[in-house]
Ligand binder design. Sequence first.
Ligand SMILES: NC(=O)c1ccc[n+]([C@@H]2O[C@H](COP(=O)([O-])OP(=O)(O)OC[C@H]3O[C@@H](n4cnc5c(N)ncnc54)[C@H](OP(=O)(O)O)[C@@H]3O)[C@@H](O)[C@H]2O)c1
Length: 275
Amino acid sequence: MIPQNIVFIGAGNMARALIAGLRRQGIAGEQIQVHAPSSAHRDALAEEFGIRSLAATAQSLPANSVVIYAAKPKQISAVLALWRQAFADAGVLFLSVAAGIDSARIAAELNPGSAIVRGMPNTPAQVGAGATALYARDSVSAAQRQTAGFIMSAVGEIYWLSDESLMDAVTALSGSGPAYVLLFLEALEDAAVLQGLDRATARALALQTVLGTAQMAAASTLSPTALRHQVTSPGGTTAAGLAVWEEHLRPLAQRALAAAAERSRALGSPEKDIP
Ligand SMILES: NC(=O)c1ccc[n+]([C@@H]2O[C@H](COP(=O)([O-])OP(=O)(O)OC[C@H]3O[C@@H](n4cnc5c(N)ncnc54)[C@H](OP(=O)(O)O)[C@@H]3O)[C@@H](O)[C@H]2O)c1
């Protein structure tokens, strides 16, 4: 269902990515409003995307509005306190992308019956290639679920979770994942330079290899394991390299995701100061 009135709280990177995506999807500029403390930031977005800059806190919102919370997690309580009356209106869908803030906490600070969807996008959303996991509370109607899916699909692929506690695993995988892939790219580039390639060539080849392989895997019905076997001849160069990766990569991946998920759980507990 296409929302008629979309209010962004926050005018930073994620709000920008979503607004750009929604405009690409054909949502009219006058249907989108953005609020942030800095008038310069919200006005810049308003001008760039032809949307409305919202200066003051509203006491009510039009029926069937969607509020997208895209400010930092640590500001959420202050924002909810200020806007409570407008956000708690029946019919308003509250979609939060704040990392680590669970929907029960939002419901407790807003209204237990509020329609709340929690999303965990990632930075490739900035180029429309994000991966977003979504969780809807029971109070969210089928139409509101569709609306939340429509909004997050504007910046990439979406995946619904039936258990919100899995958000920590999602945060560890797709939320933090872009940084892991960038580190992998750096490591490949540095290793290729040690093998004699100039840095620019090493960077370009590493990047295209990761990009091309991801595209190939996405286009195939085969599992990554089956695809890998297809390109690995016994006794060949790939097998020699893979033997080294195999020795260390799986335990490292397990430790990295466990550490990130643990951090996500810790940041999500209300007594912690979330960055
Ligand atoms: N970036 C990502 O890839 C990513 C991925 C997953 C989840 N998220 C989540 O998305 C949210 C936004 O992240 P971001 O990277 O876009 O942050 P950001 O670029 O730092 O933007 C934060 C925005 O929040 C605004 N803000 C601060 N206090 C506010 C208040 N009291 N009321 C309304 N707006 C307020 C800021 O206003 P000013 O412009 O006035 O400073 C700024 O526009 C976070 O909760 C984060 O956990 C982001």
